[in-house]
Design a protein around this ligand. Structure first.
Ligand code: PRT
Ligand code: ZN
Length: 287
Protein backbone atom coordinates (compact mmCIF):
# COMPACT_ATOMS: atom_id res chain seq x y z
CA UNK A 1 0.00 0.00 0.00
CA UNK A 2 1.24 3.51 -0.85
CA UNK A 3 2.16 5.81 2.01
CA UNK A 4 0.84 8.98 0.39
CA UNK A 5 -1.32 11.12 2.67
CA UNK A 6 -3.73 13.76 1.49
CA UNK A 7 -3.30 16.95 3.49
CA UNK A 8 -6.34 18.87 4.66
CA UNK A 9 -6.41 22.30 6.27
CA UNK A 10 -9.16 22.93 8.81
CA UNK A 11 -9.80 25.88 11.11
CA UNK A 12 -7.92 25.57 14.38
CA UNK A 13 -10.55 27.18 16.55
CA UNK A 14 -13.66 29.07 15.59
CA UNK A 15 -17.07 28.65 14.08
CA UNK A 16 -15.97 26.06 11.51
CA UNK A 17 -13.78 23.85 13.64
CA UNK A 18 -16.18 21.77 15.77
CA UNK A 19 -18.41 20.77 12.85
CA UNK A 20 -15.40 20.08 10.60
CA UNK A 21 -13.85 17.72 13.16
CA UNK A 22 -17.22 16.11 13.84
CA UNK A 23 -17.73 15.41 10.13
CA UNK A 24 -14.35 13.68 9.73
CA UNK A 25 -14.93 11.67 12.89
CA UNK A 26 -18.36 10.60 11.59
CA UNK A 27 -16.53 9.47 8.46
CA UNK A 28 -14.71 7.01 10.70
CA UNK A 29 -11.38 8.88 10.47
CA UNK A 30 -9.37 8.68 13.69
CA UNK A 31 -7.03 11.55 14.59
CA UNK A 32 -6.05 13.69 17.52
CA UNK A 33 -7.10 17.32 17.75
CA UNK A 34 -7.35 20.11 20.27
CA UNK A 35 -4.88 21.89 22.51
CA UNK A 36 -1.91 23.44 20.79
CA UNK A 37 -1.76 20.75 18.09
CA UNK A 38 -1.09 22.19 14.62
CA UNK A 39 -0.79 18.88 12.72
CA UNK A 40 -2.20 15.42 13.13
CA UNK A 41 -1.92 12.27 11.05
CA UNK A 42 -4.84 9.85 11.04
CA UNK A 43 -4.14 6.36 12.29
CA UNK A 44 -6.68 4.68 9.98
CA UNK A 45 -7.07 6.84 6.82
CA UNK A 46 -4.36 8.35 4.57
CA UNK A 47 -4.95 11.93 5.67
CA UNK A 48 -2.98 14.56 7.55
CA UNK A 49 -4.74 17.49 9.22
CA UNK A 50 -3.30 21.00 9.46
CA UNK A 51 -5.01 23.27 12.00
CA UNK A 52 -4.89 26.90 10.81
CA UNK A 53 -6.56 30.34 10.88
CA UNK A 54 -9.45 30.13 8.43
CA UNK A 55 -8.27 33.11 6.35
CA UNK A 56 -5.05 31.30 5.43
CA UNK A 57 -6.75 28.10 4.22
CA UNK A 58 -7.68 29.09 0.61
CA UNK A 59 -4.14 30.35 -0.06
CA UNK A 60 -2.54 27.19 1.30
CA UNK A 61 -4.81 25.06 -0.88
CA UNK A 62 -4.11 27.20 -3.96
CA UNK A 63 -0.35 26.87 -3.38
CA UNK A 64 -0.59 23.13 -2.75
CA UNK A 65 0.76 23.35 0.82
CA UNK A 66 -2.53 21.66 1.65
CA UNK A 67 -4.42 19.50 -0.88
CA UNK A 68 -7.83 20.13 0.65
CA UNK A 69 -9.45 22.63 2.98
CA UNK A 70 -12.67 23.39 4.81
CA UNK A 71 -13.63 27.04 4.53
CA UNK A 72 -16.63 29.37 4.62
CA UNK A 73 -17.78 30.20 1.08
CA UNK A 74 -17.82 33.89 2.15
CA UNK A 75 -14.06 33.88 2.81
CA UNK A 76 -13.34 31.91 -0.36
CA UNK A 77 -15.38 34.16 -2.65
CA UNK A 78 -14.06 37.36 -1.08
CA UNK A 79 -10.49 36.39 -1.88
CA UNK A 80 -11.08 34.53 -5.16
CA UNK A 81 -8.34 31.94 -4.98
CA UNK A 82 -7.81 29.40 -7.78
CA UNK A 83 -9.15 26.30 -6.07
CA UNK A 84 -11.91 23.84 -6.79
CA UNK A 85 -15.07 23.59 -4.69
CA UNK A 86 -15.54 19.85 -4.13
CA UNK A 87 -18.75 19.97 -2.13
CA UNK A 88 -20.98 21.98 0.15
CA UNK A 89 -20.80 20.68 3.70
CA UNK A 90 -24.08 22.06 5.03
CA UNK A 91 -22.79 23.59 8.28
CA UNK A 92 -21.67 27.09 9.42
CA UNK A 93 -24.57 28.50 7.40
CA UNK A 94 -24.81 32.28 7.46
CA UNK A 95 -25.41 35.26 5.18
CA UNK A 96 -23.56 38.45 4.32
CA UNK A 97 -26.09 41.25 4.67
CA UNK A 98 -26.38 45.01 4.49
CA UNK A 99 -27.65 46.63 7.68
CA UNK A 100 -28.45 50.18 8.76
CA UNK A 101 -29.45 51.90 12.04
CA UNK A 102 -32.86 50.64 13.14
CA UNK A 103 -34.54 54.07 13.21
CA UNK A 104 -33.60 54.89 9.59
CA UNK A 105 -36.31 54.64 6.95
CA UNK A 106 -35.34 52.13 4.26
CA UNK A 107 -37.16 51.66 0.99
CA UNK A 108 -34.74 49.94 -1.37
CA UNK A 109 -31.06 49.58 -2.29
CA UNK A 110 -30.92 53.16 -3.62
CA UNK A 111 -30.64 54.05 0.10
CA UNK A 112 -26.95 53.16 -0.21
CA UNK A 113 -26.23 55.44 -3.20
CA UNK A 114 -23.21 57.61 -2.30
CA UNK A 115 -23.16 56.27 1.28
CA UNK A 116 -20.29 54.79 3.29
CA UNK A 117 -20.46 51.11 4.18
CA UNK A 118 -18.12 49.45 6.67
CA UNK A 119 -17.30 45.82 5.96
CA UNK A 120 -14.70 43.07 6.12
CA UNK A 121 -15.98 41.90 2.72
CA UNK A 122 -15.32 44.83 0.32
CA UNK A 123 -15.19 42.66 -2.83
CA UNK A 124 -18.46 40.83 -2.25
CA UNK A 125 -20.14 44.07 -1.15
CA UNK A 126 -18.88 46.11 -4.13
CA UNK A 127 -19.75 43.37 -6.63
CA UNK A 128 -23.25 43.13 -5.26
CA UNK A 129 -23.86 46.89 -5.28
CA UNK A 130 -22.35 47.23 -8.74
CA UNK A 131 -24.62 44.48 -10.08
CA UNK A 132 -27.56 46.50 -8.75
CA UNK A 133 -26.29 49.77 -10.26
CA UNK A 134 -25.50 51.39 -6.90
CA UNK A 135 -22.32 53.40 -6.29
CA UNK A 136 -21.29 53.40 -2.63
CA UNK A 137 -17.98 53.67 -0.75
CA UNK A 138 -16.79 50.66 1.19
CA UNK A 139 -14.49 51.02 4.19
CA UNK A 140 -12.65 47.81 4.90
CA UNK A 141 -12.31 47.05 8.59
CA UNK A 142 -11.26 43.72 10.00
CA UNK A 143 -13.60 43.33 12.95
CA UNK A 144 -16.32 44.86 15.16
CA UNK A 145 -17.99 46.10 11.99
CA UNK A 146 -21.31 46.53 13.77
CA UNK A 147 -20.16 49.55 15.79
CA UNK A 148 -19.20 51.56 12.65
CA UNK A 149 -22.52 53.47 12.32
CA UNK A 150 -22.67 54.47 16.00
CA UNK A 151 -19.12 55.91 15.94
CA UNK A 152 -19.73 57.81 12.70
CA UNK A 153 -17.46 55.73 10.47
CA UNK A 154 -20.20 54.70 8.05
CA UNK A 155 -23.93 54.98 7.46
CA UNK A 156 -24.35 51.24 6.98
CA UNK A 157 -22.50 47.95 7.31
CA UNK A 158 -22.20 44.75 5.36
CA UNK A 159 -21.46 41.86 7.71
CA UNK A 160 -22.05 38.19 8.42
CA UNK A 161 -25.39 37.48 10.07
CA UNK A 162 -26.50 34.23 11.57
CA UNK A 163 -29.22 34.67 14.21
CA UNK A 164 -29.41 38.48 13.83
CA UNK A 165 -28.72 38.94 17.55
CA UNK A 166 -25.55 41.00 17.02
CA UNK A 167 -27.33 43.47 14.72
CA UNK A 168 -30.21 43.78 17.15
CA UNK A 169 -28.00 44.47 20.15
CA UNK A 170 -26.15 47.16 18.18
CA UNK A 171 -29.32 49.00 17.15
CA UNK A 172 -29.11 47.87 13.51
CA UNK A 173 -31.56 46.22 11.11
CA UNK A 174 -30.84 43.87 8.21
CA UNK A 175 -32.12 45.33 4.94
CA UNK A 176 -30.66 43.25 2.11
CA UNK A 177 -28.94 39.88 1.69
CA UNK A 178 -25.75 40.07 -0.36
CA UNK A 179 -24.44 36.50 -0.23
CA UNK A 180 -25.45 33.12 1.25
CA UNK A 181 -22.68 31.07 2.78
CA UNK A 182 -21.89 27.69 4.28
CA UNK A 183 -18.78 25.60 4.84
CA UNK A 184 -17.35 24.02 1.68
CA UNK A 185 -14.68 21.42 0.99
CA UNK A 186 -12.10 22.83 -1.44
CA UNK A 187 -9.27 21.16 -3.27
CA UNK A 188 -6.08 22.12 -5.05
CA UNK A 189 -6.53 22.27 -8.84
CA UNK A 190 -3.82 19.78 -9.69
CA UNK A 191 -4.02 16.81 -7.34
CA UNK A 192 -2.01 13.73 -8.32
CA UNK A 193 -4.07 10.69 -9.35
CA UNK A 194 -3.15 9.02 -6.08
CA UNK A 195 -4.51 11.96 -4.08
CA UNK A 196 -7.59 12.12 -6.29
CA UNK A 197 -8.41 8.55 -5.40
CA UNK A 198 -8.04 9.33 -1.66
CA UNK A 199 -10.33 12.34 -2.17
CA UNK A 200 -12.89 10.07 -3.86
CA UNK A 201 -12.85 7.74 -0.85
CA UNK A 202 -13.27 10.73 1.45
CA UNK A 203 -16.19 12.24 -0.49
CA UNK A 204 -17.87 8.82 -0.66
CA UNK A 205 -17.80 8.73 3.15
CA UNK A 206 -18.96 12.35 3.46
CA UNK A 207 -21.86 11.65 1.07
CA UNK A 208 -22.92 8.65 3.16
CA UNK A 209 -22.84 10.68 6.37
CA UNK A 210 -24.77 13.56 4.76
CA UNK A 211 -27.40 11.24 3.28
CA UNK A 212 -27.89 9.73 6.73
CA UNK A 213 -28.32 13.19 8.25
CA UNK A 214 -30.94 14.06 5.65
CA UNK A 215 -32.97 10.92 6.14
CA UNK A 216 -34.98 9.10 8.81
CA UNK A 217 -35.74 5.43 9.23
CA UNK A 218 -39.47 4.89 9.68
CA UNK A 219 -41.18 1.80 11.04
CA UNK A 220 -44.98 1.57 11.18
CA UNK A 221 -47.83 -0.88 11.46
CA UNK A 222 -50.59 -1.14 8.88
CA UNK A 223 -53.65 -3.24 8.25
CA UNK A 224 -53.63 -5.23 5.00
CA UNK A 225 -56.47 -3.18 3.47
CA UNK A 226 -54.38 0.05 3.85
CA UNK A 227 -51.05 -1.36 2.66
CA UNK A 228 -51.20 -0.21 -0.95
CA UNK A 229 -52.04 3.39 -0.07
CA UNK A 230 -49.30 3.54 2.60
CA UNK A 231 -46.62 1.90 0.43
CA UNK A 232 -47.30 4.53 -2.24
CA UNK A 233 -46.32 7.21 0.30
CA UNK A 234 -43.07 5.49 1.29
CA UNK A 235 -40.25 5.71 -1.22
CA UNK A 236 -37.57 3.75 0.70
CA UNK A 237 -34.11 3.06 -0.73
CA UNK A 238 -35.58 0.51 -3.16
CA UNK A 239 -39.07 -0.09 -1.87
CA UNK A 240 -40.28 -0.44 1.73
CA UNK A 241 -39.77 -3.74 3.54
CA UNK A 242 -42.99 -5.51 4.53
CA UNK A 243 -42.97 -7.88 7.49
CA UNK A 244 -46.12 -9.75 8.66
CA UNK A 245 -47.05 -9.20 12.32
CA UNK A 246 -48.13 -12.00 14.67
CA UNK A 247 -51.69 -10.64 14.40
CA UNK A 248 -53.27 -11.85 11.15
CA UNK A 249 -53.98 -9.17 8.55
CA UNK A 250 -51.39 -6.72 9.98
CA UNK A 251 -47.95 -5.79 8.66
CA UNK A 252 -44.95 -3.76 9.75
CA UNK A 253 -43.45 -1.51 7.06
CA UNK A 254 -39.85 -0.24 7.21
CA UNK A 255 -38.64 2.62 5.05
CA UNK A 256 -36.39 5.66 4.73
CA UNK A 257 -37.82 9.15 4.25
CA UNK A 258 -36.19 12.47 3.59
CA UNK A 259 -35.86 15.03 6.39
CA UNK A 260 -37.16 17.75 4.03
CA UNK A 261 -40.66 16.36 3.54
CA UNK A 262 -40.72 14.47 6.82
CA UNK A 263 -43.80 16.07 8.44
CA UNK A 264 -45.92 16.04 5.27
CA UNK A 265 -45.23 12.33 4.80
CA UNK A 266 -45.94 11.50 8.45
CA UNK A 267 -49.28 13.35 8.28
CA UNK A 268 -50.26 11.56 5.07
CA UNK A 269 -49.25 8.21 6.57
CA UNK A 270 -51.53 8.71 9.55
CA UNK A 271 -54.39 9.73 7.28
CA UNK A 272 -53.80 6.57 5.27
CA UNK A 273 -54.17 4.42 8.41
CA UNK A 274 -50.55 3.95 9.59
CA UNK A 275 -50.26 3.18 13.32
CA UNK A 276 -47.47 2.97 15.89
CA UNK A 277 -45.11 5.05 13.76
CA UNK A 278 -41.49 4.94 14.97
CA UNK A 279 -38.92 7.39 13.56
CA UNK A 280 -35.22 6.63 14.04
CA UNK A 281 -32.07 8.57 13.11
CA UNK A 282 -29.76 7.07 10.48
CA UNK A 283 -26.04 7.20 11.15
CA UNK A 284 -24.83 6.47 7.62
CA UNK A 285 -26.46 5.56 4.35
CA UNK A 286 -24.40 3.63 1.79
CA UNK A 287 -25.87 3.45 -1.70
O1 PRT B 1 -9.54 32.77 14.08
P1 PRT B 1 -9.96 32.57 12.67
O2 PRT B 1 -9.43 33.63 11.72
O3 PRT B 1 -9.70 31.17 12.20
O4 PRT B 1 -11.58 32.70 12.68
P2 PRT B 1 -12.51 33.96 12.42
O5 PRT B 1 -12.72 34.67 13.72
O6 PRT B 1 -12.04 34.75 11.24
O7 PRT B 1 -13.84 33.25 11.93
P3 PRT B 1 -15.06 32.62 12.75
O8 PRT B 1 -14.63 31.40 13.45
O9 PRT B 1 -15.77 33.67 13.53
O10 PRT B 1 -16.02 32.24 11.52
C1 PRT B 1 -15.64 31.30 10.58
C2 PRT B 1 -16.73 31.18 9.53
O11 PRT B 1 -17.94 30.77 10.14
C3 PRT B 1 -17.10 32.45 8.81
O12 PRT B 1 -16.20 32.78 7.77
C4 PRT B 1 -18.49 32.12 8.28
O13 PRT B 1 -18.36 31.36 7.09
C5 PRT B 1 -19.05 31.20 9.35
N1 PRT B 1 -20.05 31.84 10.25
C6 PRT B 1 -21.26 31.30 10.56
C7 PRT B 1 -19.94 33.01 10.91
C8 PRT B 1 -21.13 33.16 11.63
N2 PRT B 1 -21.93 32.10 11.41
C9 PRT B 1 -21.29 34.34 12.46
N3 PRT B 1 -22.34 34.50 13.09
N4 PRT B 1 -18.95 33.93 10.97
C10 PRT B 1 -19.10 35.01 11.75
N5 PRT B 1 -20.23 35.26 12.49
C11 PRT B 1 -20.19 36.50 13.32
C12 PRT B 1 -20.48 37.78 12.53
O14 PRT B 1 -19.28 38.31 12.00
C13 PRT B 1 -21.10 38.70 13.57
O15 PRT B 1 -20.12 39.32 14.36
O16 PRT B 1 -21.19 36.46 14.33
C14 PRT B 1 -21.84 37.71 14.46
C15 PRT B 1 -23.25 37.61 13.98
O17 PRT B 1 -23.90 36.51 14.53
P4 PRT B 1 -25.43 36.59 14.96
O18 PRT B 1 -25.80 35.18 15.32
O19 PRT B 1 -25.51 37.52 16.13
O20 PRT B 1 -26.22 37.09 13.78
ZN1 ZN C 1 -10.49 34.43 10.19
Amino acid sequence: MSNTNIRIAVQKSGRLSDDSLKLFKECGIKFESGGSKLRSISSNFPIEFLFLRDDDIPGYVEDGVADLGVIGLNVLEENRKEVEIVKELGFSKCRLSLAIPRNEVYTDLSYFEGKNIATSYPNLTNNFLKSKGITAHTHEISGSVEIAPSIGLAEGICDIVSTGGTLLSNGLKEVAEVFKSQAVLISNNSLTSEKKSILEKLTFRIDSVQRGQNAKYVVLNAEEKNLEKIIALLPGMKSPSRVPLAEKGWYSLHSVISENDFWEIIESLREAGAQGILVLPIEKMIL
